[in-house]
Design a binder for this molecule. Structure first.
Ligand code: ADP
Ligand code: ZN
Length: 730
């Protein structure tokens, strides 16, 4: 169906995916002066507004009177979305039960990118021309221009340290002339031959296998390597191979794993930093990356999960680093797991996908065991350093004194590490000063008015903060319930409180809190990571931010303040999450030098997860966890979908949840549980109920859900129904 072939006297109509939650594309007329093909990005009228859409290659709805159709108003001068990407959008929509237009919207994220960048003017030196009089300012300008390159006027003035009038003067005299230049000259491409690493034999074996996988179509490889085993160097070799083959590559990392250190390592290997894609980049940069990727001019992107939906012209490799990480799951709007969808994108286009982790997800491990993925094990650290020795501190018998959080054995270990001039990290996955604040006089607890969550005191900011909706209020002097002055007590520890204790114990040590909410944003955080890396801090107190991906060369001791924290959840995935988090964070110890130690404070030291960690028996953990999932029919042995029903009124939301449940058609093998209050029963003022559909692996759960949804009464009055395939929490 090539629209251009149709005779022009005949009115052409096409299907266009519009960015709204409707099940199918809409039909539009193509004005005679326009020509479009499938994948073209267009602007179309939709109700009272105009939206950006994509021409979709499905037959337009038959039998519509063309006179009633609206026309495409504009065709963007951007590369059309290719076949593979369009099939991927369809696939994701089908899998997540999201509207295809909503998935396409994730691709069209950068609206600025759709129009070409305005050219800017620059100046160059006219060969042979000299100024009438050589002043020092003029000489500085001309010295800078010796190589014949074009400069923007402001850039030149700033670099030469002269005012704009100096440059204008040189222009008037004909020594400089104005030229058009592109606003963003392309950065140099990464060079696969820039600095090939000296790999260990174990690394080489895996790297060769990855390179060979390019010849085999859509192979999925899982690099299962202990912390510090050099997985990054190994998958960089796959990236190098993609570049050599003239294909693009994308490396997906959890957003907070996108550190200065990572970008530097890329640059050391390939000679230039990679293009970045994440929530913090400016709209302008975003537009450049989008266009550069779509035109095939940017060979490698490193990005957060949304980079998976970039319109690569010629994608040939996806790497998912820390593939187990929950940051790859997006829960709002289109709910998808970027790791799983990466595998799909690779499969549809038949290119290799590489997953890497020191603690693979149970899903990926099972996929490797059954032969769907190829698993490569790196059992030792690349530097030859030994893995840290882990020990438990039984808080029931060896716990701290009242009102303190660090056990004597922990304090002693920190003291020793500090004396040896090494770094210690104290890990506690709790931001702020204390997780709960109450009034000593009347017992009043501070709760968020919009969420079922306590307000967390952030003493450095002087605020009480909801970690779910971001609501903040000042810490009051008097209890709002009983009016007693200065009666508020902090219950339990957060990182700020641990830092306070550490500062009291080790006044001569340099302490630093690393937490995602410290003021100053990502820039400050990057600086502080660098300080730790360079040895500018002795004792670091951090949230899960520090658990991932960093190499801190001087770090020897990792102390986990509360190893039970994640295990308390009723969620069957709690064991896996806790195992992963604790293995990752203790894996920060002794990465370069060996001699690392991990100490875990726990009130339940007999818990199988903690035992598996301390005895360094990863296999025991995986085998037990896989068996549990198998007998309970939980993923990956069964399929799950959560239906979250929410509304501003509790009774109404619950009533709607019951109506949705009543509409569920009976189906052999599918069980629907609920409705129950969701784990977070109130979020941002919306009451949430949850239904859970469980199906055996071989059942088409999406097909069932689609049928079910067609029987559900429409959601009205602020009610909402959201489907979450493969929810994080079972
Ligand atoms: P992982 O991602 O598996 O945790 P990294 O790739 O971060 O491990 O490597 C850990 C450390 O080992 C890094 O400092 C890295 O520079 C170093 N390293 C990796 N490969 C080698 C090698 N072949 N020889 C020496 N050092 C290496
Ligand atoms: Zn809240």
């Amino acid at each position: 169906m090539l629209f251009d072939d149709l005779p022009r006297n005949h009115e052409t109509i096409v299907s266009v995916l519009v960015p709204v939650a409707v099940p199918a594309p809409y039909t539009y007329k193509v004005p005679a002066e326009m020509s479009v093909r499938p994948g073209a990005i267009v602007r179309v009228p939709l109700g009272p507004r105009e939206v950006v859409g994509v021409v979709w290659d499905v037959e337009p709805e038959a039998g519509i009177d063309p006179r009633k159709l609206k026309s495409i108003t504009h065709v963007y001068d951007a590369p059309p979305l290719g076949d593979e990407l369009r099939r991927f959008i369809d696939w994701v929509a089908n899998w997540t039960l999201a509207a295809p237009g909503m998935v396409a919207r994730m691709v069209l994220r950068s609206e600025d990118a759709l129009e070409p960048e305005a050219p800017v003017s620059g100046v160059i030196r006219v060969e042979g021309a000299a100024p009438d009089r050589a002043t020092p300012a003029r000489s500085r300008v001309l010295a800078l221009m010796e190589d014949g390159m074009a400069w923007t006027k402001p850039g030149l003035a700033a670099s030469a340290g002269v005012s704009a009038s100096v440059i204008d003067g040189l222009l008037q005299q004909g020594v400089l002339e104005t030229v058009a230049m592109t606003a963003s000259p392309l950065p140099l491409p990464p060079d696969p031959a820039f600095a090939p690493p000296q790999l260990t034999p174990a690394q080489s074996t895996v790297a060769s296998a990855l390179v060979e996988s390019f010849a085999k179509g859509g192979v999925v490889s899982l690099i299962d390597g202990v912390t510090g085993s050099g997985k990054t160097e190994v998958y960089f070799e796959a990236v190098a191979e993609a570049i050599r083959r003239g294909r693009q590559a994308v490396i997906l990392v959890p957003e907070i794993g996108l550190t200065e250190q990572f970008l530097r390592r890329f640059e050391q290997r390939f000679g230039v930093p990679p293009a970045e894609w994440h929530s913090e980049i400016t709209p302008k940069k975003r537009a450049r990356v989008w266009r550069g990727v779509a035109k095939g001019e940017i060979p490698v992107v490193v990005g957060a999960r949304s980079a998976l939906f970039l319109p690569f012209a010629n994608l040939g490799l996806i790497v998912v680093d820390e593939e187990h990480d929950t940051a790859f799951k997006q829960d709002d709007r289109v709910s998808y797991n970027a790791r799983d969808m990466a595998v799909v994108r690779g499969h549809l286009a038949r290119f290799p996908v590489v997953l890497a982790s020191a603690t693979p997800s149970v899903e990926s491990r099972v996929n490797a065991d059954t032969g769907r993925y190829v698993r490569h094990v790196l059992p030792e650290r690349a530097t030859g350093a030994a893995l840290p020795e882990l020990g438990l501190i039984d808080m029931r018998t060896e716990g701290p004194e009242r009102g303190r959080w660090l056990a004597p054995a922990m304090i002693e270990a920190i003291r020793q590490t500090f004396a040896e001039k090494h770094q210690s990290l104290l890990f506690l996955n709790r931001r702020g000063y204390a997780p709960l604040t109450l009034c000593r006089s009347c017992g009043h607890r501070f709760q968020c008015g919009h969420c079922s969550a306590w307000l967390v005191e952030h003493r450095m900011k002087g605020k009480l903060v909801c970690h779910h909706c971001g609501h903040q209020e000042p810490v009051p002097r008097a209890c709002p319930a009983c009016g007693t002055q200065d009666a508020l007590v902090a219950c339990g520890p957060g990182v700020e409180r641990i830092a306070e204790e550490v500062e009291g114990l080790f006044p001569q040590a340099r302490t630093l809190i690393l937490s995602s909410d410290i003021s100053g944003g990502p820039e400050r955080l990057r600086r502080e990571m660098k300080i730790v890396e360079d040895g500018g801090a002795d004792i670091i107190i951090g949230t899960q931010l520090v658990a991932k991906g960093h190499n801190f060369p001087l770090m020897r001791l990792v102390g986990v303040v509360d190893a039970d924290l994640g295990l308390a959840h009723g969620d069957p995935r709690a064991a896996e999450r806790t195992f992963q988090l604790l293995a990752q964070v203790t894996g920060r110890a002794g990465r370069m030098t060996g001699g690392g130690r991990g100490l875990l404070q726990s009130y339940s030291p007999d818990h199988p997860v903690l035992k598996a960690l301390v005895s360094a028996d990863r296999e025991a953990f995986y085998q037990a966890e896989i068996e549990t999932r198998r007998v309970t029919g939980l993923p990956p042995f069964g399929r799950l979908a959560a239906l979250i029903i929410s509304g501003p009124e509790k009774a109404q939301a619950e009533g709607f949840a019951r109506a949705v449940l009543r509409a569920a058609p009976p189906h052999q093998g599918i069980t629907v549980l609920g409705p129950a209050e969701a784990a977070m029963a109130l979020v941002r003022g919306r009451h949430r109920f949850r239904l859970l559909a469980m199906a055996p692996r071989q059942v088409d759960l999406q097909g069932y859900l689609r049928h079910w949804m067609s029987l559900v009464p429409p959601a009205r009055g602020g009610l909402r129904l959201q489907i979450d395939i493969d929810p994080q929490q079972f």
